[in-house]
Structure formats: C-alpha cells, structure tokens
Design a protein around this ligand. Structure first.
Ligand SMILES: *Cc1c(COP(=O)(O)O)cnc(C)c1O
Length: 465
C-alpha cells in the first residue's frame, strides 16, 4: 500500500474516533489554557514520532478539540456538518490546485464561476456582474471597500490617498469594518458609525444627515456598508432605503451578508435583503448559514470592471495561457488561492438549490422553536426579534457572562453572550441545520438543569424588559 492509502485509512480510523466521541461527549473536556502544554504533547522534536504513538497522539488531540458539529454547540455563526461539502473539501485537498489560472485549475475555474453566476442571478445583478472567493467575510468586506475607494478616487491606486474619504456603517456592524478602514488608508477616525433603531437596523435618515454634514465640512463620502444579519442580533439593514441615498450621492454600497446573506436562497426570507440588486457589491459566507467547512466566502460585484480595476496586475510569469475570464488571479487579492469553491459546488450539486433553501429555512424554524419557548416561559427575558436566527435572552436574571462561562467550563453546552445598547444577554445561534426541534428544547433543558444545580450563579440587577 502506498503511503497516501495508509494515511487515508488512518484518516478514516480517526474520523470514527471523532464521531464516536461526539456522541459520547458532545462538549469536549476543557483543558485550561494555562495547562495546555503540560496536558497534551504538542512539542516538535528532532526525532520522528511514528505509527502507534503518532496515532494515539492524533486521537488525543481530536478528542480534546472543541466540537463544533454537535447539537450542543451554539457559540458561533457556524455549526454542524454538511457531508457533501466535506467530501468536496477533501477532494480539493487531494487536487491541491491554485485558483489563479486556468492552466493550473482547469474545470475548477468553471466550478467557481458557475457558483458566482448563479449567485448573481439570485440577487438580480446583471450580465456585467462577477465575483470571487476571498479568504472570508472580513476579506470580502475589505475588497468591497477597496473597490469603493478606487471608484471614488481612481488616483488612489497610483498616488495613495489624496482626498478626505469617509465611510459609513452602522454601530452594529462587524468589527472588520474598522480594521479594513485602517488597512485601506482611510483611517479608523474616518468611519461614521450610524445609530441603529430599536431592532438593530441602521437608520437611513441619520445616514443621510451625516453624509450632508460631511460634505459641508469638505469630506468625500465614499462607501456605505450595510449589514444583512448583524453579528449580535442578526438584524437586516434596510437596503432599499440605503440605496436611495447611495445612488443620490454616488457612494459605493456594499452589503455585508457574511452571516445571513444566504437568505437569497429562500423565497420566504429573501425579502430581508430587498433592494440588494441596487448594491455595488454583496458578500455572503457559505460556511455560515449553508454549513460548508470554513472558509467559504463569496463577494459579488455588480460591475466586474471594478474587480479588475482594483485587483488585476500583469504578471507574465503567471498568466501564460487563456483569457482573463479564465485566469481568476486577475480578480483576487492574493496570488496562490485555495480552492474554496469545490466544497460549495459538491453541496449545491448534490442537494440542488431547493436543498440549500431547506437548509436556510430550517434555521429559521429552529429560531421559531426557541422564540416560542422563551415567550411562553416567564423565567426568560427576550431581547431579539422575529426573522433572526440569533435568539438573545436572559434566564432568571442570571449574569449572562457568568452563565455562559460556567456552562462552558462544566462542559454542559457552548454558547456565547452579546450586547445591544444597554443590555447583555445569552445569544443562542440556531445555525446548525442538522439540529431538530428536540435539540433546541434540549438546550433549554440543559441550561435550566444546570442553573438548578448551581444556585449560586451571580445575578444582575433587574434587567430592563
Ligand atoms: C462573520 C462575519 C464577518 C466576518 O467573516 P469571516 O469569514 O469570519 O472573516 C463579517 N461580517 C459579518 C456580519 C459576520 O457575521
């Protein structure tokens, strides 16, 4: 047997271990970070570690690693496992293409382009649209910002910043916006954070007022980031109303749909991004709502000339055959680029667009289960709203930070907390479409039983209801 066959057999054996372990211990036993290096042998040495020792160590590492695919993981904006996507990702590893040229990636280029084409059609972008697969949602936002910057001031590409460019986003936006402003040379102080309404959505009137004020002061309004699914509340900014403003003042509109942009696959929930076809760029993470392995982020651009204008560069050592439409390196940030498209394509191909729709709708069904449970139980206070898969609540006035940390330290369930305005609360994310109603109800059972057993959990002063 060749080495690769041996290693793939070992892989299968280890996957068996992992899947068995996930059933017995859906929350991995926590190793305190201060004891990590004493607990597992992670050291690299001059000598080789072989065979049985190697296998045992790998198995120990798997068992100790936090489990993100089980029915007790609700901490992040991803979870669960779509097996057809895993198949695609494993094949991408075996093929090990780089997506920059047709010469090296062949049909994988077509696979990526087909996903982009279909996605553009779904959101109503026209025939000049295109896109690419950046390394994640933060990078998608960064690429959107760079295109917006270059569209407003093309000389930026050659001379650097010469104008006082200003960008806009809501207070509830993802933190990549502030990092990206500094990377792009715009500067963190030149972001205007527009207040959100009581449901966490950007207030368009305040956006316009701020733009007018900046123009009066000699600023150059350049870019607006609207969010489709804010990181804490899962709120959707009103894209149509924001587009009225960006069109009026000729400002680039980027829609950050990293979290919930995948609602475009559901007729029922698509209305949440109404007006998205009027944006200049739109991004979504298939590794969030659609459940592909990390990372799988897509940015779509209404007019592909902006992708070329900001990201292409001649390189005769690289681009030696085929046209620009097949040499995807001309529209990407990086040079060598991992194949993130194949895993999404194997999933999409095997379950169809209807299957993707069901994945998305299942998450809203689970959210409804959680909402209904919380609403009929007076021990809970609800902080979130309809049409969101982030269910935010507090239980019996227990400090949510203390509660989440205790649940994690006792291996009960993994869930995080968030804040909006004055309130801090537990945030249950119903993004794992492998879960059913019973898994959501079980989460509450686990939480309540834990509180029952631990009456000394810290309380906070009465919450505002
Ligand atoms: C997750 C998220 C991002 C960042 O995506 P990464 O792939 O983690 O970089 C950006 N915006 C929003 C709204 C998100 O939820």
């Amino acid at each position: 047997m060749s080495t690769i066959k041996n290693d793939l057999a070992l892989f299968n054996e280890l996957v068996e271990v992992l899947i068995k372990e996930e059933k017995i211990n859906p929350v991995a036993e926590r190793i305190d970070s201060s004891e990590l290096y004493e607990t597992i042998d992670l050291s690299l040495n001059d000598g080789a570690m072989i065979d049985d020792d190697f296998k045992t160590l790998l198995s120990d590492v798997l068992i100790a690693t936090p489990k993100t695919a089980t029915n007790l993981f609700f901490n992040q904006l991803f979870g669960g496992r779509q097996s057809k996507a895993i198949l695609g990702d494993l094949l991408a590893v075996m093929l090990n293409n780089s997506m920059y040229t047709y010469k090296v990636a062949g049909p994988q280029v077509g696979i990526e382009q087909e996903i982009i084409r279909q996605s553009c059609d779904l959101i109503g972008y026209g025939k000049n649209s295109n896109g690419t697969f950046p390394t994640g949602g933060s990078m998608s936002n960064y690429m959107g910002l760079i295109m917006g910057r270059d569209a407003k001031d093309p000389s930026c590409r050659l001379n650097g910043m010469t104008k006082p460019l200003i960008i806009y986003t809501s207070k509830e936006c993802h933190y990549s916006n502030s990092k990206n402003a500094s990377f792009a040379g715009i500067g963190r102080n030149n972001i205007r954070y527009i207040k959100a309404d009581s449901k966490g959505r950007m207030i368009p009137e305040l956006l316009e007022a701020q733009i007018l004020e900046d123009i009066e002061n000699g600023g150059v309004p350049t870019y607006v980031n609207a969010t489709a699914g804010t990181t804490v509340l899962g709120a959707f900014d009103p894209i149509d109303k924001i587009a009225d403003i960006t069109e009026k003042y000729k400002i680039w509109l980027h829609v950050d749909g990293a979290y919930c942009g995948s609602v475009i696959f559901s007729e029922k929930y698509k209305h949440l991004v109404k007006g998205v076809e009027r944006s200049n760029s739109f991004s979504y993470n298939a590794h969030k709502m659609l459940g592909t392995p990390l990372t799988c982020s897509i940015i779509l651009v209404n007019d592909k000339k902006h992708l070329h204008a900001s990201f292409s560069n001649d390189a005769s050592y690289l681009y030696q055959t085929d046209g620009d439409d097949f040499n995807l390196g001309k529209t990407s940030f990086q040079c060598g680029r991992r194949n993130d498209a194949l895993k999404f394509w194997t999933l999409w191909k095997s379950i169809g667009t209807n299957g993707l729709k069901q994945i998305v709708e299942q998450q809203f069904k689970l959210a409804d289960v959680a909402l209904a449970y919380i609403r009929k139980n007076p021990d809970y206070t609800l902080y979130s709203f309809d049409d969101s898969i982030s269910i935010c609540f507090n239980y019996k006035n227990i400090d949510p930070m203390a509660l989440c940390t205790a649940l994690y330290e006792h291996q009960e369930t993994v869930v995080g907390f968030g804040s909006f305005e004055e309130d801090t609360f537990v945030r249950l994310v119903t993004i794992n479409a492998n879960n059913g109603k019973e898994d959501i109800l079980n989460f509450f059972k686990v939480l309540e039983a834990f509180v029952e057993k631990n009456p000394n959990l810290e309380k906070v002063a009465a919450f505002t209801v």
